[in-house]
Every structure is written in C-alpha cells, then in structure tokens.
Design a protein around this ligand. Structure first.
Ligand code: PEP
Length: 249
C-alpha cells in the first residue's frame, strides 16, 4: 500500500507572517489524514521546520544545487536543506526547467544530490501544451523519466509528480481519462525499469490547478497517490479540504 501524499509548493510566496498558515493547517489535520508536506521558500525553511516539529506537517524545499558545497553564489545544497530539518526537495519543476533552462540531466544530478543528503525527491515531469496537441504526451513523459530519474530509485527516496505544464496555474485540468492514461503509463515505466516492488512503491502525484472542487474526482484514479499543489496550498482553508479529499479517497 502506498501512503497518500499531499505536497504544497508555495513557490516564491510567503514571508514570516505566512507561518501562521502552517500552524492552522497542522491544527486541522488528524492521525488518519494523508501525509502532508509544505515546500515554502528557502528563507522560511528553518522557521517552518521549527514550527512544524511534532505535528503531521513535513517541510520540503523547492530546488537544490547538485554539489554539496562550493563557489556557487546564491545556491543552496541538499545538505543545507537537510540541516534545516526538511525532508523533501522538489526537483525539475517546469518553472525551473523553463526559467532556469534545467535539463533532464541537471534534474538527475539534483536528484542524486537529494539522495546523497538522505532526503526524498519530488521529481516533476509533464508535457507542454504544444506536446499535448501534437499527441506527444507519452513519448515526452518517457523521455523525461529516462533522462531525469537516476538509477537507484525506490519508494522511499523518490516521488514522481506528473504536472502537465499547460495545467499549472492556469485553471485548466486534464480530463480524468488523460490523468489516468499518464499515471498508468508512468507506473508501467517505473515497474519496467526498477522492478515490480520498487516500481509499485514509488508514489505518483498529479499536479496542475488542483482545487478543493476538483480534488476528489482526480483522487479516484488508481495510480494517483496524491497531489502537488501550488496556488491552493498557500491558505490552510484551501489546502485542508484537498488533504481531506485525499485522505478519504
Ligand atoms: C505547481 O506549482 O506545481 C502547481 C501545480 O501549481 P498550481 O496548483 O497553482 O497549478
């Protein structure tokens, strides 16, 4: 049985006052709820870990550098993230692939760095709108999986987030059958590469305009083990109902 996971990506949002949303979220979660992780900006990691200690909310980062330390001005290593008490790192988000020209090979290097620091990677893949229209969704997903997931992936060190780029922050959501097709395909690829035990244990999140109103339907898909949520994770009032829908799925 894969444990369900709700991951919130705050992107470049939130100053110290936003920590009150974490406290409110923790207050609303019970022992039967899905595993929950919030990925705030780097500036809030230490304080967020401190505030969430002893609660059901884990903390993650949104990116890391591939090297453990060195002359990389402005960058943050996976070891530094581990030092804050965080347990997850998002890698390969489409906004970084796009705005920072990150390649599959960069994402694979960052994933290895996350594992070196004994953290869990939430590795994002997903097709652009043009890929979808050209009927290239599955080949693109296959290429990204091959290029950005390193050897050695397990159900403990890796979570895959399927995020169609055209659905992120747009309010557009794929049909349930499109989500099922992509997730079933990713599951089959992982089993074929990592074997039945690990391939079946790696959790698959759907991401892209998940809201309280559409979450329950998305979570009916067998290979959707949770969600990576951007905008609707910023407020406990929006994220908690999504977590509840996942917990009851
Ligand atoms: C994301 O940032 O990964 C995301 C899915 O954003 P949103 O939920 O706002 O579409």
């Amino acid at each position: 049985m894969r444990r369900k996971l709700a991951a919130g990506n705050w992107k470049m949002n939130g100053t110290a006052s936003a920590l009150s949303e974490l406290a409110e979220l923790a207050r609303q979660l019970g022992p039967d709820d899905a595993e929950t992780v919030i990925c705030p900006p780097f500036t809030l990691l230490f304080a967020a870990c401190e505030k969430m200690r002893g609660t059901a909310v884990a903390i993650g980062a949104q990116d890391c550098h591939a090297a453990p330390s060195g002359a990389y001005t402005g960058d943050i290593s996976a070891e530094m993230i581990a030092d804050t008490g965080a347990s997850y790192v998002i890698v390969g988000h489409s906004e970084r692939r796009d705005a920072h020209a990150e390649t599959d090979s960069d994402v694979a290097d960052k994933t290895r760095a996350v594992w070196r620091a004994e953290l869990t990677a939430i590795l994002c893949i997903g097709e652009s709108g043009a890929d979808r229209e050209a009927d290239r969704t599955l080949p693109i997903i296959q290429e990204q999986l091959t290029g950005s997931v390193p050897d050695g992936a397990t159900g403990t060190n890796l979570v895959i987030a399927y995020e169609p780029v055209w659905a992120i922050g747009t309010g557009k959501v794929p049909t349930l059958s499109q989500i099922v097709e992509a997730h079933d395909f990713i599951r089959a690829q992982l089993i074929s590469r990592f074997g039945k035990t690990e391939g079946d244990a790696i959790r698959l999140l759907y991401g892209g305009s998940v809201k309280p109103g559409n979450a329950a339907e998305i979570f009916t898909a067998e290979n959707v083990d949770g969600a990576l949520v951007g905008g609707a994770s910023l407020k406990a009032a929006d994220f908690a109902p999504i977590i509840k829908a996942l917990s009851q799925a």
